[in-house]
Design a binder for this molecule. Structure first.
Ligand code: SF4
Length: 214
């Protein structure tokens, strides 16, 4: 049976974005195609420190946790060769599947399964400044939430470039980098300026860092 490179599987709460506070099982897949300077999960790539697990072993852990929602994260989950099997199996098992992606990649399995499982698929895209906030065209129609980390680099134009595509249909989240106060102030300023352009966004900190949970 095929083995999937897994960094860790753990039981926690959603700490970011519009689903914050829900109980969620996290599966952190190995590998990423980017190397962002402020990445807080550098241990998920350039490492031999992963477990090789087959789908039954993974499911056993997920079922033990009892959570209805499972988050596929990384690294970049769409970069991992085991993604298709994992995604399909979790949906078939009835889980609500959250995908945390940097938005640069696409896998056909998403379009194949979307019609049947649309309500149980929640793709959160967090485009990165290090590649000019690029989002893969094929992924765009499936994104259910756009999340911007507010750091020194983020400019209002980086958000507005998605204006004609999506911004009024899905939640837009501003996440102050590492819950820094000065980044909250910058987020608030961006929020007001976006509202002047009739775009309403939410500012949500990283909840798990406030309460120091994994
Ligand atoms: S895309 Fe995400 S996981 Fe990959 S380097 Fe950037 S922040 Fe880290």
């Amino acid at each position: 049976m095929a083995k999937i490179k897994i960094i860790e599987i753990f039981d926690s709460i959603e700490g970011e974005g519009s689903l914050v506070g829900y109980p969620v099982s996290f599966i952190r897949l190995e590998g990423c195609n980017l190397r962002c300077s402020w990445c807080d999960t550098k241990y998920s790539y350039d490492t031999e420190n992963y477990k090789l697990m087959d789908i039954n072993e993974i499911l056993k852990v997920i079922k033990f946790f009892k959570n209805k929602k499972v988050c596929l994260t990384g690294g970049e989950p769409l970069y991992n060769e085991g993604f298709d099997l994992l995604f399909k199996t979790l949906l078939e098992e009835g889980y609500f599947v959250i995908i945390e992606t940097n938005g640069t990649l696409f896998r056909n399995i998403i379009s194949v399964l979307y019609k049947r499982y649309n309500k149980n698929i929640h793709i959160v895209c967090s485009p990165k400044p290090f590649n000019n906030f690029y989002i893969n065209d094929k992924l765009l129609p499936y994104i259910k939430e756009l999340k911007f980390v507010v750091d020194n680099l983020l400019k209002i134009e980086d958000i507005l470039k998605f204006k004609d595509i999506h911004l009024n249909d899905i939640p837009i989240i501003l996440q102050p980098e590492d819950n820094k106060k000065e980044m909250f102030k910058k987020s608030r300023d961006l929020q007001k300026k976006l509202l002047e352009k009739n775009i309403e966004v939410r500012i949500i900190p990283q909840y798990h860092k406030i309460f120091e949970v994994k």
